[in-house]
Design a protein around this ligand. Structure first.
Ligand SMILES: Cc1cc2nc3c(=O)[nH]c(=O)nc-3n(C[C@H](O)[C@H](O)[C@H](O)COP(=O)(O)OP(=O)(O)OC[C@H]3O[C@@H](n4cnc5c(N)ncnc54)[C@H](O)[C@@H]3O)c2cc1C
Ligand SMILES: O=C([O-])CC(=O)C(=O)O
Length: 322
């Protein structure tokens, strides 16, 4: 969508071996709470977050909320001890960030410090299906296809944008990319209206429009997509200890996803060449635990890199195939 907006004369095709609801993004809670990429300057991460927040704020302030699955949500991040960083870099992007009052903290007897704020949440699959609908309305073709090697695309496309998430491990052999397995429960508990996140990042309760996401786990280098029943019980118990009313939650569905983790998002141009032929590539993967929080900002940067590729395609046809 960002490419179409920036370069409307390009012809864009989306190839993917899986579409919603069978992607990592469908497993995510979709909360806009950034995770830090140690290899990326903080000002850049903040810019990505700001752009994403602004884009989704506009959706949440329109008539599209229900169809797009994008909505505001208020709540608390609570800590068992005072965190090193009381004011995270994103505190002035989310709305109304402030320390919790003593009265608010009474709800969490095991925690002694907390932050209250309002942020945005993208419910998936609805959000992804809405993006797909916008792509189709813009005339973009979408095909189910697993790409074994980027070079196989060179005769069909001028520029390839690689947004394959954890799939990039195999596709481009990126050894810096590793899975961090996450298991979550999606439950029916419509009375839960506020999000609650333990500052250790392991336990969270994120209410969406229809379901509440309960998390979670962070298992580095685990490739297993099978739900683990002991983990399900552990997540449920941890969430109930933060929000006892969840004991009454119904219709528990278990989901597992592999976070595409890396020191930094790979947002980079690359030129592949074989036998004198060239294929221009823009990589945009490795968003780890925070893909939703920065997706629009990183997509805009990827589109900018596509613009550089278009400029580099001097002498060839003026209508690029992407
Ligand atoms: C449990 C859990 C909770 C999370 N919660 C949050 C949250 O609250 N907030 C947040 O910001 N982030 C969250 N995340 C992180 C977020 O889900 C990821 O950062 C994000 O989904 C990555 O998106 P992606 O598009 O890069 O990858 P994906 O969603 O995996 O999409 C990659 C696409 O590429 C396709 N593909 C891969 N390889 C190939 C190939 N060789 N050929 C063709 N197609 C290919 C796949 O089929 C897929 O469609 C969470 C993650 C997990 C696991
Ligand atoms: O940490 C969170 O709040 C949710 C999340 O992004 C994840 O589980 O990856």
């Amino acid at each position: 969508l960002c490419i179409m907006e920036a370069y409307p004369s390009c012809s864009v095709t989306v190839l993917s071996d899986q579409f919603s609801p069978n992607t990592t993004s469908d497993v995510a809670a979709g909360m806009l709470i950034p995770h830090t990429y140690p290899g990326t300057p903080v000002h850049m991460q903040k810019q990505w977050f700001k752009e994403t927040f602004a884009c989704l704020s506009a959706i949440s302030n329109s008539t599209k909320v229900s169809e797009a699955g994008v909505h505001l949500v208020s709540g608390w991040q609570v800590f068992k001890s005072t965190p090193k960083e009381e004011l995270p870099f994103w505190s002035d992007v989310v709305l109304g960030f402030r320390p919790m009052s003593k009265a608010e903290l009474q709800k969490f007897p095991q925690h002694l410090f907390g932050q209250a704020f309002t942020t945005l949440k993208c419910d998936c699959p609805p959000y992804l299906l809405w993006l797909e609908k916008r792509l189709k309305a813009a005339g973009i073709q979408m095909y189910t296809r697993k790409v074994a090697d980027l070079w196989e695309l060179h005769s069909e496309y001028d520029i390839v944008v690689n947004c394959t998430g954890i799939g990039a491990h195999q596709l481009v052999g990126d050894k810096k990319l590793f899975p961090v397995r996450g298991q979550v429960l999606k439950v029916h508990a419509p009375w839960v209206k506020n999000f609650i996140r333990d500052g250790d990042g392991l336990t969270y309760i994120y209410p969406g429009i229809h379901r509440v996401t309960l998390g979670g786990t962070r298992e580095k280098e685990s490739w297993s997509l099978s739900p683990d029943p002991d983990t399900t019980k552990d997540i449920f118990d941890r969430c109930c200890s933060l929000e006892p009313s969840l004991q009454e939650a119904q219709d528990i569905e278990v989901k597992v996803g592999l976070r595409p983790s890396r020191q930094c998002v790979r947002l980079q141009r690359e030129i592949l060449s074989q036998g004198g032929l060239k294929l221009l590539v823009v990589h945009n993967y490795g968003h780890g635990a925070g893909g939703f929080s920065v997706h629009w900002g990183t997509a805009k940067e990827a589109a900018h890199l596509v613009g550089e590729c278009i400029a580099a395609l001097q002498g060839s046809s003026s209508r690029a195939e992407i």
